[in-house]
Ligand binder design. Structure first.
Ligand code: ATP
Length: 339
């Protein structure tokens, strides 16, 4: 059966449950997390994809997505995110490795893909027809009864509003993306796969798409989305799989990945003096400005050591927190931290 692939759109919502990424991640998160033993929805095992002789787009990547999770596949440009999603959807053949969705090994056209709604780069819409009409035609083209499409439900969740009855050629980029989103939601899929869903959207549209995703996630749909936007993953995902140069860097709940990086964020009255002082302390790996404060990557030193050194030097410390955000963890994981 045809899978539902449209053009790119969305980002995701926060969710419940921990359940495992590569090895069964878990843990406390500030969000409600789905149960650790929730059924496995996606299992990617040792996935490698080479293009030609030289390009290794995905390199021995493994991760697991469990029911109810909203998982962000996070990585910089060229990390292999799109390639991973395309392989997962049976759109390209992996060089090696296996992928399963709902326990079924993926190969092109496999029936289990009918339970998946996807939004990766792909076909556009017929411009002189309304959004609604486009969705009807799309659904029927797969030989399915319109009564199974839950078209109004999809349009409701995607938030397209009255624009659904306007010609697609009058749509803004954001409206097109929402139509793509509605298309992916046709038939109430159990799993949504979204490639860079908020790419190209303005801040207001990003918020709207995020809200749509939250509604979808709240209805129990599992979501895997790719993003290079740390803030999106942090705000909307329960879990994160960090990839870089095709390889898995880390996976777990957002809180776990963030906590895995020993770092401190400090606000002091003289950040330059503090940075110079702390950079010379034993157990400090690096110090970088992060206005209005500084971020210190720790390699053995405790946060209390930092505070003692600063106070001892006559500097005033206003704020000390274990970390600033997923961004710090991400930058450290992909090795692009500046000193
Ligand atoms: P982006 O957000 O920039 O698309 P990405 O993480 O989605 O990044 P991919 O699109 O999966 O990354 O690309 C991973 C690597 O594989 C890149 O070096 C890319 O140039 C290369 N690549 C992707 N598709 C092909 C292809 N069809 N032929 C050759 N190289 C490819």
């Amino acid at each position: 059966m045809a899978i539902r692939v449209a053009e790119s759109v969305v980002a995701a919502p926060s969710r419940e449950e921990a359940g495992g990424l590569p090895d069964g991640g878990n843990g406390a998160d500030h969000r409600r997390l789905p149960a650790m033993d929730a059924p496995v929805v996606i299992e990617v095992t040792d996935l490698t994809k080479r293009f030609g002789a030289g390009v290794v787009a995905v390199d021995d990547l493994s991760f697991t997505v469990r029911r109810g999770q909203v998982v962000g596949l996070l990585g910089p440009n060229g990390a292999g995110k799109t390639t991973t999603l395309r392989a997962l959807l049976g759109l390209i053949r992996p060089t090696s490795g296996t992928m399963a969705i709902f326990g079924e090994t993926i190969r092109p056209g496999i029936a289990v893909l009918s339970r998946v709604g996807a939004l990766v780069e792909g076909p556009g819409f017929v411009p002189h027809l309304s959004g609604r009409r486009n969705l009807e035609l799309y659904w029927r083209a797969g030989g399915r009864a319109l009564s199974d499409a839950h078209l109004d439900h999809s349009l409701d969740i995607s938030g397209l509003g009255p624009a659904a009855d306007r010609k697609v050629k009058t749509y803004s980029h954001g409206m097109r993306q929402r139509l793509g989103f509605a298309q992916a939601l046709l038939g109430k899929p159990e799993l949504l796969v979204l490639d860079e869903p908020v790419n190209g959207l303005d801040p207001r549209q990003i918020v709207e798409v995020r809200e749509s995703l939250l509604r979808i996630a709240a209805s129990g749909t599992t979501i895997l989305l790719s993003s290079h936007l740390l803030s999106e993953v942090e705000q909307t995902c329960s879990h994160v799989v960090v990839v870089h140069r095709g390889r898995l860097m880390q996976a777990g709940t957002v809180a776990e990945v963030t906590a895995s990086v020993a770092s401190a964020y400090l606000e002091v009255d003289d950040p330059n003096a503090a940075a110079a002082l702390l950079a010379g302390l034993p157990g400090v790996q690096s110090v970088e400005p992060s206005p209005p404060g500084i971020v210190v990557q720790l390699d053995g030193a405790e946060r209390s050591d930092l505070v003692a050194a600063l106070v001892g030097a006559g500097l005033r410390v206003d704020t000390v927190t274990p970390r600033r955000s997923l961004e710090d963890a991400f930058l450290e994981l992909v090795g692009e931290h500046s000193v």
